[in-house]
Design a protein around this ligand. Structure first.
Ligand code: F6P
Ligand code: MN
Length: 345
């Protein structure tokens, strides 16, 4: 395994003598270090105490479990020693200022997929590194995803994995348990343009609009329908785990808007979930959309704002955008032929 380059060496090589890159490298290393600690806690399960105890509710109404808050505290402690001015976390209503005057701002979902706490399924930590703006913490987190300097996620699954982009491709590292270092296993993750595997929580079918139902209906019809090929479906209930799979073998993921109360913009958060995933996915040759435009072009007006998220194989993402916005573009096989006018929720 010694042939696999260590994360710290890789980052040092990338940063060279560039001071701004060194700041980013130090911040990524701090996040990788804390990820290793969270990974150990996740792996200990009940041996580390009752991690699933409910201890509160976050600003979005999600129940906070003990492990959510432990991860949040560990991330803040780790970033206090990095060149980070502000942290915007899913688990805190307002941004936290750590080192005023420092060059970077970090948006983070400390424990994504935490409904999987206690059931031995993957969870992770998602992060987005932005320039800290002189205008302050809130303004720093209102930048579009195009301003991200780096982004990544850790997955605590059978492998503890770090997917990272600094804007020149997407790189995947795996934690080597023998010496507790992250090692590069894929220097250029690449998402195939086409796919026959989709990810969606299908229990929400009745809450979707007509266009989205038509898209999924056409996938389910397989080789007997307009797609003329069979599809497979996967849903882990863990965004990082789905993203990891899609970076590895392709696919498309959807968490759309639906008609449930509070789901008019889907479920996932733009600043610390969709933006970092979109940056990684674009850098791997895929696409990430809110249904009517690229995720990375959306302007956040709040740290915690939600956004519909569709990402993965770019041909499939484009097709879904066509279903949602322009049923006629489907030609003779227009899935909404005869249903025009019903396609908005
Ligand atoms: O962070 C939100 C999250 O846990 C994601 O990791 C996951 O994709 C999604 O929620 C699952 O949502 P649902 O339980 O509605 O399927
Ligand atoms: Mn999350």
């Amino acid at each position: 395994m010694t042939n696999f380059e260590e994360l710290s060496d890789w980052l040092r090589g990338w940063a060279g003598v560039d001071a701004s890159r060194r700041d980013i490298a130090d911040t990524v290393l701090a996040l990788a270090d804390v990820g290793r600690e969270i990974s150990a806690l996740v792996a200990a399960g009940p041996l580390a105490g009752d991690q699933s105890g409910i201890v509160g509710e976050n600003s979005d109404g999600d129940l906070q479990k003990l492990l959510d808050l432990a991860s949040h505290r560990d991330v803040l402690a780790a970033l206090a020693n990095a060149p980070v001015a502000h942290v915007g976390s899913e688990e805190a209503p307002e941004p936290v200022t750590l080192n005023s005057g420092a060059p970077l701002a970090v948006a983070v979902d400390p424990l994504d997929g935490s409904s999987n706490i206690g059931v031995n399924l993957p969870m992770g930590t998602i992060f987005s590194i932005l320039p800290a703006l002189a205008a302050g913490a809130e303004a720093s987190f209102r930048q579009t995803g195009r301003n991200q300097l780096a982004a990544g996620f850790l997955v605590y699954g059978p492998m503890t994995e770090l997917a990272l982009t600094v804007g020149s491709g997407t790189h995947v590292f795996v934690l080597d348990r023998r010496d507790e270092t992250f090692r590069l296993v894929n220097g250029a993750a690449s998402i195939p343009h086409a796919t026959d595997e989709f990810s969606i929580n299908a229990s929400n079918y009745r809450h979707w609009n007509e266009a989205l139902r038509a898209y999924i209906d056409d996938c389910l019809a397989g080789d007997e329908g307009v797609r003329t090929k069979n599809f497979n479906m996967r849903w882990y209930g863990s965004l990082v785990a789905e993203a990891s799979r899609i970076l590895t073998r392709g696919g498309v993921f959807l968490y759309p808007a639906d008609q449930r109360h509070g789901y008019g913009d889907g479920r996932l958060r733009l600043v610390y979930e969709a933006n970092p995933i979109a940056f990684l996915v674009e850098q791997a040759g895929g696409a990430a959309s809110c249904g009517s435009g690229a995720i990375l072009d959306q302007v956040p007006d709040d740290l915690h704002q939600r956004v519909p998220l569709i990402f993965g194989a770019w041909e499939e993402v484009e097709r879904i955008e066509r279903y949602l916005n322009d049923p006629h573009s489907m030609g003779d096989h227009a899935p909404l032929f005869g249903r025009r006018g019903l396609f908005r929720a």
